[in-house]
Design a protein around this ligand. Sequence first.
Ligand code: SAM
Length: 312
Amino acid sequence: MSSSASPQDAEQKVLFRITLPNLWEESLTWLIAEHGFGSAIGESSYPLGAVDTEIDAPGLETELRVLLELDQADAFRDALQLWMADLGVSAADWSFQEQQHGLEEHFQISDWQAQWKPFRCGHFVVHADFQPLEELPTKAGDIPLQLKTGSAFGTGTHPTTRLALKTLQKWCAGGPPPRLLDVGTGSGILAVAAALGGVREVIGMDPDPFSAVQANAMAEINGVSSQCNFWRGGFESAAGQWPAVLANLVADILQLGAGNLADLVAPGGNLFAGGILRRHWQTTAEAMAAQGLVLESCIGRGRWLAGIWTKA
Ligand SMILES: C[S@@+](CC[C@H](N)C(=O)[O-])C[C@H]1O[C@@H](n2cnc3c(N)ncnc32)[C@H](O)[C@@H]1O
C-alpha cells in the first residue's frame, strides 16, 4: 500500500476470484497458505446441477475466492501464474478476476451455508442437514448421504474423502462387506456411507473430541444408528479383524501405524489407506509392504494418493 493510504484503505481488500477445474482448488488452497497468503479465505462453489454428474467431471469448475490486503495483490497475481503452471493446469482451463471492496461486503459473500451446494460422489448424493432432500435432483439408484454440520473433518469435498467414498462404492457394488472399520472417522461420513451402502456393522474412532458426537448424530439423521458405533480414540483402541478397513489419515500416521492397521485387517480383507501426499507415497507403500500387505491399486487426485491393499 502506498504511504498516502487513508484509514478507509485499511478496510479495503482485494478479492481474487479464481476459476479452475473442480478439485484442483484444494491443491491451490494449500499453495496459497504455504506461500504466506495464509490468512486468505477461500471458498469454492459449483453449479447446483453438478449433483447430476460427478463434481470432478470435465468442464465443471470451481470458483476459489481469496481475500487479500491491497499490498499483497501484485505478489499474489505473479505467484498464481507460477502455481497453476506448476500444478499443470492448462492456461485455457483457468482464469481469475480481482476486485477491490470493503470487509463487510466480504463477510456477506462468505456466508458458507449460502455457498455450500450438494454434490455427487459416485452414487452418493451428499447434502447438508440444512438442505431438504426433496429439493435435490436425485436419480434412481442414488444414495442420499446427509451431512451433519460440525467441526470434525469430512464433508466429502476433500479429494482424500472422495477417493475413499469411490473405493467404498466399489466395495459395496460387489456385495458389501459384512463389517467395516473406519479409522480416523472424523465427521463419520465414510462410516455412515458404508452403512447406507449395505454394510451391516460399522465402527469408527477418532481422537478428535468432536468426532464421535458428530458421527453419531450423522448416523442418526441418516437412519443407520443401529449399524454404527463410534468412540473417541486412536486406532490402537480398535480390536478384532475386519474384512474392510478405511484409514483416511496422513502418511506419517499410516507409516507409524502400519503394523496396527495390518493387524486389524482380516485375512483376505482390504485396507484403503489415504491422505498420502505424492512425495510420501514410496515410503508409505514400503511400510505397508513390510507388514505383508499386498498393493492392489493406487488412485489419486491433485497432490493426494491413496492405496488399496489386501492381506493374504
Ligand atoms: C483426513 S481426516 C479423515 C476424516 C474422514 N474419515 C474423511 O475421510 O473425510 C483424518 C482423521 O484422522 C484422525 N486421526 C488422527 N490420528 C489418528 C489416530 N492415531 N487414530 C485414529 N484417527 C486419527 C484425525 O483426527 C482426523 O479426523
